[in-house]
Design a protein around this ligand. Sequence first.
Ligand code: ATP
Length: 320
Amino acid sequence: MGKIAILTSGGDAPGMNAAIRAVVRQGLYLGLEVYGIERGFAGLVRGSAFRRMEMGSVAGIIHRGGTILHTARAPEFLDEAVQRQAALRLKKEGITGLVVIGGDGSFRGAMALEKFGIKTACIPGTIDNDIAGTDSTIGFDTAVNTVLDAMNRLRDTATSHERFFVVEVMGRNNGLLALTAGLAGGAEAILVPEIPYDLESICRRLRQGIERNKTHSLILVAEGAASAFTIGREIEEKMGLETRVTVLGHIQRGGSPTAVDRILASRMGAAAARLLWEGRGGLMVGFKGGEIYPVPLMEAFIEKKSFPSELYELALTLSR
Ligand code: ATP
């Protein structure tokens, strides 16, 4: 394979730039020509020019969040005629391999291109860490640390004012970000979409804390579990005390990637370039037990990532 392209798609995640850098530089090292496609599948179908990537094109980006290739949602890419057109466009340029960095939706887009003869190597880049076949996704560790930093700050105020804080974090269908940050930050309660919550038992836990002279608490709520404002109001009504609500929002998506994410992105990016160089496709680069290995794409989006219930139990036990 002589020419490959790369795009980023779906929500941005810290470490995507480090992955782009690795794909480009490993690809060049292997003798490939590498092209950058701007704005994900939208750029591919709406005709943004392909950008020839050289060593210098990815200089000075390893520490930057977001993606230099930009990202976009392209609902029209669900249409098979549009997918065929996109594959044709790549082939016209002599590009037969594509690296897609994004979440499971983006992987479906990659799978669609496979049908039309484009080999794809996907890299899981999302702060949600909601993709089966990989222990972690690029951006997750940075987002956990961002939430943790916010929790540390909020705990200072919660302690000083002796208040209960409800903090909403991202995670529409998946509570791993809330759970991991909650365990690391000692949250007194963690609400995740995977486990139905019972407000009465949460209030009971909080009351037990008060009986032990605990005058502040942090309750983490994944957005897919409930609205932090609703939980805050219900706790106020049930317990007769004031709460403060913070919704962290898009703060969680940006920022300089942690060393963990930079290294993961570098390893995954290099592996993706190598897979295409070997003429392999229909794969996601996964990370399991400290090793990088290829996973069939179907596995990545058909299987559901299991929720680590034992970590959830541990978080509750330790924050009693
Ligand atoms: P995130 O986890 O950050 O949401 P994602 O990759 O899952 O990332 P989506 O918005 O679901 O984000 O998908 C990104 C893009 O992938 C879509 O805008 C669309 O262009 C393409 N895509 C999604 N689903 C499909 C599908 N079933 N078939 C073809 N293309 C798809």
